[in-house]
Write a protein that binds this ligand. Structure first.
Ligand code: FAD
Length: 477
């Protein structure tokens, strides 16, 4: 009897345990993707992630087709769609890889219960993470409360098996149940078509993810430990959206990096630093399992009465990259144009919103959710709370990034700012991160009229810092 493979955040054929299990059983397979915007509690994907999903499904469908396996697309609540397709197919087995997140787990539970009641076999696997959520425990029996103790415990428990290859013997069903056209999902923008920058920046899909990993190991990884903080350099992998949609697995990435280190192609220091970043991803996902509502609720209750300011005008200036601080503005424009932002700059813009402007971190998390191609339900809220100070093992409350010195340190020639804030491109380097200090001659020469062609700073750094420290003191009592 045929088998049904239900794809979710695992849009790949290699290192896909659900697919491998079905392939091993040698039954003919049909694949299914359900766009579920109906089940209660699921957070609808943001705009940039929807765009990515469309490209990724197109790539997956083409790859499956080459192997003779049809991909059926359906839209609706998963607990109706999956059993319906399984019944139409006459599937004996349905397999999938687990998703993190409580609402997703509830849906999966309901689907599995229904399938089992219809006498179908259900197989599920952990493939999105290196360690199943809940499996890393500290002395308290809960997940360790600091990143370093989490990583230590995880490394002790780790068994790094070799990633699975694409199954050799794949057979598709001859007459798959009917599905819908990808276009009917409406995942891509039409009017206005804001995705041009995304199209020129990214190629989605498993093959592109593998190519990205190979290129990163060839060039970026060498010098990662020192270079990863430089938005003007190419030392980070940009694998995040591929990981978000499971076009590549963390195990594939980790073993490739380990191999490169063992072969002496990169130093252990670079490999270890990169591995630690992958563990920040694990930490965030395990935290999500521990705190399912962390996108809405402060992890540290002391922040519940925090005096956030309501100021839609300032929030809008931040959205648009018009705060008057060049590094912040470059980051926000990189995000809008490409759907991605460098990690160092994410920290600076997030700190600017939550501390300089005292705007609730949830407003920033929401904007990132809508505009990032890698927006994920774990790393996004966890990182926002980390920066705001309300998170687990968060940045100390008194750490308020100075957007000028951060720029001078991590974008010393201003190349990053010049690339994304073109109206400042001609400003001499000593002023590039603080145009308001430039003399009239330098400004005129660079074609800048402060307050007209580029804004003056929305807030004074020193005054904003003092205000934030006073507000943050309230969380220490
Ligand atoms: P690399 O440096 O090449 O790292 C490799 C991988 O490790 C990344 O792809 C990512 O999966 C993981 N990783 C690296 N840094 C972190 C981190 N600090 N936390 C968790 N995982 C990490 N990352 C997301 O994937 N989705 C998000 O929605 C997201 N939102 C963020 C919001 C804020 C305010 C901040 C400060 C960070 C956020 N991050 C998020 C974490 C980090 O910025 C990105 O993972 C990273 O910039 C992706 O680029 P890269 O793949 O080139 O990273």
């Amino acid at each position: 009897a045929p088998s049904l493979l239900w794809f979710r955040d695992d849009l790949r054929l290699s290192d896909n345990p659900a697919l491998a299990a079905l392939a091993e059983a040698r039954a003919p397979i049909a694949a299914l993707y359900v766009l579920d915007e109906d089940s209660p509690g699921l957070r609808p994907l943001g705009g940039a992630a929807r765009w990515w999903l469309a490209q990724s499904l197109r790539a997956l469908s083409a790859e499956l087709k080459r192997k003779g396996v049809p991909l059926i697309l359906r839209r609706g609540p998963a607990n109706r769609m999956v059993p319906e397709v399984a019944a139409a197919l006459g599937a004996a087995t349905v397999a999938f890889n687990d998703r993190a997140g409580a609402p997703e787990a509830r849906v999966d539970h309901a689907v599995a219960a229904r399938l089992l009641s219809e006498d179908r076999r259900v197989l599920s696997f952990c493939a999105h993470l290196l360690h199943p959520p809940g499996s890393i425990e500290g002395a308290s029996g809960r997940m360790p409360r600091t990143f370093s103790s989490f990583q230590r415990a995880a490394l002790k428990a780790r068994r790094l098996d070799a990633p699975l290859p694409v199954p050799k013997h794949l057979r598709g069903v001859a007459r798959p149940p009917a599905g819908e056209e990808l276009e009917s999902f409406g995942l891509e923008p039409t009017h206005p078509d804001w995705a041009a920058g995304l199209r020129t920046t990214w190629t989605a899909g498993e093959a592109a993810a593998q190519a990205r990993l190979a290129a990163f190991i060839d060039s970026g990884l060498k010098g990662y430990a020192a270079g990863r903080d430089r938005p003007d350099e190419g030392h980070v992998s940009r694998l995040s959206p591929h990981l978000r949609f499971g076009e590549i697995s963390p195990r594939q990435i980790l073993s490739a990096v380990r191999h490169a280190a063992e072969a002496g192609a990169v130093t252990l220091a670079d490999a270890d630093k990169f591995e630690a970043e992958l563990y920040w991803r694990e930490f965030s996902y395990h935290l999500l399992a521990d705190q399912p509502d962390m996108a809405q609720r402060n992890i540290q209750g002391a922040f519940d009465g925090f005096p956030w300011r309501e100021c839609p005008g300032e929030l809008k200036a931040w959205h648009r990259g018009l705060t008057g601080y060049p590094l912040v503005d470059a980051g926000m424009r990189q995000l809008w144009q490409t759907g991605w932002m460098h990690n160092r700059v994410r920290m600076v813009v997030a700190s600017f919103l939550a501390k300089h402007l005292l705007i609730d971190w949830r407003a920033g998390e929401d904007w990132f959710w809508d505009t990032l191609v890698d927006a994920d339900p774990a790393s996004n809220p966890a990182s926002w709370q980390w920066v705001a100070g309300s998170g687990l093992d968060a940045a100390p409350y008194f750490r308020i990034f100075n957007p000028v010195t951060q720029g001078e340190k991590f974008d010393p020639d201003g190349a990053y700012v010049r690339a994304f804030v073109p109206e400042l491109a001609k400003l001499p380097t000593p002023f590039i991160h603080k145009p308001w200090t430039a003399d009239a001659h330098a400004l005129a020469h660079a074609g800048i009229r402060l307050g007209h062609t580029y804004p003056r700073p929305l807030v004074d750094h020193g005054a904003a810092r003092e205000r934030a420290l006073r507000a943050l003191e309230s969380t220490r009592k």
